[in-house]
Design a protein around this ligand. Sequence first.
Ligand SMILES: [Ca+2]
Ligand SMILES: [Ca+2]
Ligand SMILES: [Ca+2]
Ligand SMILES: [Ca+2]
Length: 384
Amino acid sequence: MHWLMNTLFYFRFSRTTFACFLSILLLFISNQIKAQLTVSAVKDTVSTCLKANFKIKINTNAPTGATFSWNGPDGYVSNEQDASINNLTLSGKGVYTVTVKSGGQSATATSCVKLNSISVAQIGGFTDICVGQNLQLRDIEDRSGKEQPLAYFWSGPDNYTSTAASTNIPTTEDLRQLGKYNLTETFDNGCMVTASLIPTITKCLSIGNLVWQDMNNDGINNNGESGLGNVTVRLFKAKIEGGIPTNIPDGAAIQTTTTDAITGKYTFIDLVPNSYIVEIDTPLGYSSSVGVNGSTTGVYEPSNKANDNINDDDDGTMIAGQKIRTNYITLSNFGEPQNDGDTTNGTTADKNSNLTIDFGVYRIPVPICSTEPKCSPLLVRKIN
Ligand SMILES: [Ca+2]
Ligand SMILES: [Ca+2]
Ligand SMILES: [Ca+2]
Ligand SMILES: [Ca+2]
């Protein structure tokens, strides 16, 4: 009986031991064949710039259910698989670390975020222009050998937007293009740089400049012939018909002035490319130069010389209402005469000023009373 008890005990002990041994063995084998948990950053170094939005992506064999824990500079934490970083600040650069945990295993990886030195944008080009010219702004920063922008975005006055590298905006007399222009350039990794500028847009053109006493009525301002002051001068736009300027004013005067009391000179400024007509009130006792003394007509009456850029000759023709008026004069930016005595900044001839619109007037001869009593009705009555 004793031998039977021993045999049963041995059998039970041996079965339990074997099961335990087997489970340990299986666990050991299982652990040995389970893959090691791995993780690595796709890029060891992310090179980007301030304000960038980007992700630090990882490669990992972690199975579903694994947990991710990111830590980084400036208190950055995240539990996403890939770290999302938005609007990167200066203190956000540095080492970002992820810890992956799964099935009792743990693995870590790091990625370093560095700031690119993408240079700022700088708006230049034609930043000081005349009305009638196109506003052409661009980034003038020297990017030779450097990273180039992938995209441009411009915004500005009058609801202007563009995605071209430079602007090309026609300017108009109402100056609605005046204001601040903003440029945003986008680089790789979402890096952005911005710049802004307020261009100068000027009505550059002017017209003038003399009403003089043409003593010999030859239509030319000779030496010794002085200016006539306090003469009213008006400026009109010329009526355009079929795209061609006419000698008819288009509406009321757009500017009015008087000639200088001493010099007899006048000027109209702030003009844009267009065709204009100038008119004066005929000074009392005078008439428009003719060109031939003693005649009522000549090469200067009527005069068609206003648009010829010749200085100090008569450009006016008598019209009804005791007025003297020019034919149309067409002004263009940087297209005006440089030998008309005007200057820019006191040094060079001004291509935007036309001072050749002059009016010669001669004093109407007063009948000289000699021995003929008929020269004055009053005198005749007196004699009678
Ligand atoms: Ca003269
Ligand atoms: Ca000039
Ligand atoms: Ca002149
Ligand atoms: Ca002239």
